[in-house]
Write a protein of this length. Structure first.
Lengths: 637, 94
């Protein structure tokens, strides 16, 4: 890296160097141009105070660094959504805390140039150094269109650079021009303001550059005849989504287990070589455990963004959204939210990160605060344990496995509650979005490996740097709660399972469990269950092993036997059917996952939304668990 | 049920809203309906649905909404809610 000042922390602004901003409509190829200019050195974050993503990178021209900012895609500078407001304010130098960029690079797609003329006119009227990067020239020619780039430059009065973002041709020439923006040609006369006049101006510009619009893409029409067909399109859609979900759910698992066993091995090495038991515990369980919690999400996140980038760049994502829009509209969201919701069935963290494809920040927030209700894979071990405690494996209802039916109901309940919650949030606190649902259906294109790599790398990096630190810190706190204070003298001579149980039952978490016991006792949870609830904040599946350790089960990973026989101080069984049902319902709704909270914080740029989500889900979980337990007790009485 | 321009030729001059057209129809935009929210009307104009623009109705989603239109050399989809705001005069089908 050259003179690039690596700015750490949440600020993505690069101080003291010249700044160029990329402006263009969605699908113009802006992000490809950005990736080519900045390589994989982009920093992503949020604009201060809003849930609008910001990407800033640097490029260097003859050893001089220039900051390049990829502004959110916009169709015009008359904003009707918070996202567009950001672009308009930033270009006008009115964004609090961010100066206007020194120069602008307009990015426009040559195949849809007529549509972009309006935005080009509006940006030229800002009267700043401006250059037009014209993308997709190859596709224009292939589809029988043409344009005289030199004449377009003359007609607009600004430099025009033809780039083919797909394979990066023209990028070096564009980069070379960025250094000399103070010498760029400026239009002698600014385009007119009135919309009618701007049409006439646009037509004269297109005429002067001998623009011939391309023919509709024949290949795309043929593919769409199948992929958007009422029957075949629907079949393909479900097949694609099924495969998508399968890959996310199953392909990531071996990678995650690999990371898990590598860290377990490391933990064992620490155990063998560190004498001090507290230090040993802190290193092998606290720190390595926390690192493991962070790293185990990486395969899923990278895979999800690989698939998302592929579907997006090929052009299928907008088709899928087109097919599903009617369904999602019922919840107040739009078709593009479907993929985020579906991903949350594997894990809410990639699901929440996938909301970045939604153009409306209200839709993004509504999806983010409701997606964790979807039944993620971390609930599966908890449900497996609880279902096992509730119904015997051989029980059959209407000829079907009772365990299977219970599991299905839990999944269905999670999915439905997420959709209902989205509807409620969208019709109350996030109501009143003017932004009409409009979505372009770009021609099908072969995706570039570079775009996919950039998407995967960017997502993993953001997760590690922004959410990873929060997750690691909370893991350490939770480890300390569960394992301190030290009980070395008291556990002398005990077996290791008994010792673990003794330490946990006399830990700070136990104090906490006893302190919150009045809150949970109406649900039938005793203080030892509450310890496991505290532990499960690091990841829901930890509930199983913590409960196993608390109950001193011989195998903490499958503590069914020990739990079934667990009794309270008066000798009554704890895990009665109503209590188990209450626990299931509690886990169905509660946001029992601090990694999700950390990612919500990262994506919404505020603690307000994670706090809101945690609170409403806790209240919902408590109330529903109480209702379910009361009904179950009434039925069994 | 609302009436549809069966064959656009014999109803030349009649004004419809875009949502009334069916795939395969072609029309010229006249403007937006009077009761449309001005901000939304402006945005639809900026997307290409402004007076004198030609619109092709390409395809409806299997569930009936939204619909893909081609305007200004771009294919984009609108929901019925917004397509009802755009006034058009049908032209001869493709």
């Amino acid at each position: 890296m050259t003179a690039c000042h690596d700015v750490e922390g949440s600020a993505v602004a690069v101080a003291g160097i010249r700044r160029v901003a990329l402006v263009g409509s969605p699908n113009a190829g802006k992000t490809s141009v950005f990736n080519h200019l900045t390589g994989l050195r982009a920093k992503t974050g949020n604009y201060p105070g809003v849930t609008v993503g910001r990407s800033v990178g640097t490029t260097s021209v003859d050893g001089v660094a220039i900051a390049v900012e990829d502004l959110p895609g916009t169709y015009s500078l008359d904003p009707i959504s918070p996202d567009e407001q950001v672009v308009t304010d930033l270009l006008a130098g009115k964004y609090p805390g961010i100066d206007a960029p020194d120069a602008l690079v307009l990015v426009a797609d040559a195949t849809t140039l007529r549509r972009s003329i309006l935005l080009i006119g509006q940006v030229l009227r800002l009267d700043r150094p401006c250059l037009l990067a014209l993308t997709m020239g190859d596709e224009l020619a292939a589809r029988g269109g043409r344009i005289d780039v030199a004449a377009l430059s003359t007609a607009l009065g600004i430099p025009v650079a033809a780039v083919i973002a797909h394979h990066g041709s023209g990028i070096d020439e564009l980069r070379a021009q960025l250094a000399s923006f103070d010498r760029w040609q400026r239009p002698p006369v600014l385009p007119p303001i009135a919309e009618d006049d701007i049409d006439a101006w646009g037509q004269s510009v297109l005429d002067a550059s001998q623009y011939l619009a391309p023919q509709p893409d024949g290949r795309t029409q043929r593919i769409d005849r199948v992929l958007l067909h009422p029957l075949w399109g629907t079949v393909t859609f479900f097949a694609v989504m099924f495969y998508f979900f399968q890959v996310l759910f199953t392909a990531a698992a071996p990678l995650r287990d690999g990371i898990g066993s590598a860290l377990t091995w490391l933990g064992r090495q620490v155990g063998d070589h560190v004498g001090n038991p507290v230090l040993r515990g802190l290193l092998s369980q606290g720190i390595l455990g926390g690192v493991g919690t962070v790293l185990q999400f990486i395969p899923q996140i990278v895979l999800l963004f690989c698939l998302l980038a592929f579907l997006e760049n090929v052009g299928y994502m907008s088709r899928a959204a087109f097919l599903m829009d009617r369904v999602m509209a019922k919840t107040g969201l739009e078709g593009r939210a479907f993929v985020a919701m579906l991903s949350s069935f594997a894990c809410a963290i990639p699901g929440i990160m996938a909301t970045r494809t939604l153009p409306s920040s209200r839709d993004r927030i509504a999806t983010i605060v409701t997606a964790p209700l979807m039944t993620c894979s971390a609930r599966l071990p908890v449900y497996t344990l609880l279902v096992g405690l509730l119904v015997a494996p051989q029980t059959r209802w209407c000829g079907l496995s009772a365990q299977g039916i219970t599991m299905f109901l839990l999944y269905l309940g999670g999915g439905l509650s997420a959709l209902v919650a989205a509807l409620l949030v969208k019709s109350t606190i996030l109501r009143g979005d003017l932004l009409p649902f409009t979505m372009e259906l770009p021609p099908y294109r072969l995706p570039s490996a570079r775009a996919m790599l950039a998407a995967m790398w960017g997502a993993a990096r953001v997760f590690l740097r922004k959410a990873g630190t929060i997750i690691l810190a909370t893991s350490l706190v939770l480890w300390a709660l569960l394992n301190l204070p030290v009980r070395e003298s008291q556990t002398q001579g005990m077996s290791s399972t008994d010792a673990t149980a003794y330490v946990m039952n006399h830990s700070y978490a136990a104090d906490l469990g006893r302190a919150v016991a009045p809150v949970f006792s109406p649900l039938g949870f005793d203080w030892r269950t509450d310890i496991a609830l505290v532990g499960s904040l690091s990841a829901r599946e930890v509930f199983v092993s913590t409960l196993g350790q608390v109950a001193a089960a011989s195998d903490p990973e499958s503590p069914q036997q020990a739990l079934a026989g667990m009794t309270d101080d008066q000798g009554r069984r704890i895990f009665t059917a109503p209590t188990v049902i209450a626990l299931m319902v509690y886990f169905m709704f509660a946001l029992q996952c601090m990694s999700t909270i950390a990612v919500m914080r990262r994506e919404t740029n505020t603690w307000r939304w994670p706090a809101f989500a945690f609170s409403y889900m806790f209240v919902l979980a408590w109330v529903m668990a109480f209702v379910a337990r009361s009904i179950a007790m009434g039925l069994s009485a | 049920m609302r009436t549809r321009p069966q064959s656009a030729g014999d109803q030349s001059g009649a004004v419809f809203v875009l949502a009334q057209l069916t795939p395969g129809n072609r029309a010229m935009v006249v403007g937006t309906v009077a009761q449309a929210n001005p901000l939304i009307a402006k945005r639809l104009g900026q997307l290409g649905f402004r007076a004198n623009a030609h619109v092709d109705v390409i395809r409806r989603a299997p569930l009936g909404d939204p619909t893909i239109y081609r305007v200004h050399d771009t294919e984009l989809c609108l929901r019925r809610r917004e397509a009802q705001l755009i006034e058009v005069i049908p032209e001869a089908d493709r």
